[in-house]
Design a protein around this ligand. Structure first.
Ligand code: NI
Length: 136
């Protein structure tokens, strides 16, 4: 599902999209590219450890700073993404995004990709399990 503006062939302002909701860890779909969704999300605190078995996951930090903890074959590490940074979590890599100070992010991933991946730890109440919501 893509936003109504995008469906109508109208530009979508990311600032307006982000201003249209307050939910955390609950992505909104702003447009689609082939079979990929472009989603934006407001985030603060911790997400949940999860893994996408079949797809990479692209992050662009629009505001604030995002940290992503990664469990790789060599061990666990974290990457820090200041505003304006991009990072791709490879498929099959367990990861847990967090943003102690809050952030706004853009995600690019195949339509239907679940926010909590294919496998995950127990999902806390503040994390929305979704394939993305339409903009209002
Ligand atoms: Ni993920």
């Amino acid at each position: 599902m893509t936003s109504e503006s995008a469906r109508r062939g109208e530009p979508v302002s990311l600032a307006a999209a982000l201003a249209s909701f307050t939910d955390l860890w609950s992505p909104r779909i702003v447009t689609a590219v082939n079979d990929y969704d472009v989603r934006v999300a407001k985030v603060e605190g911790e997400h949940v450890w999860h893994v996408h078995d079949h797809t990479d996951e692209f992050f662009l930090v629009l505001e604030g700073e995002l940290t992503i903890a990664l469990r790789e074959s060599a061990g666990e590490r974290t990457v820090v993404l200041p505003k304006g940074s991009v990072y791709t979590v490879p498929r099959g890599t367990e990861h847990k995004p967090s943003a102690p100070g809050g952030a706004a992010i853009l995600l690019f991933e195949p339509t239907g990709t679940l926010t909590v991946g294919d496998r995950h730890d127990e999902v806390p109440a503040h994390v929305d399990t979704t394939t993305g919501h339409d903009l209002d």
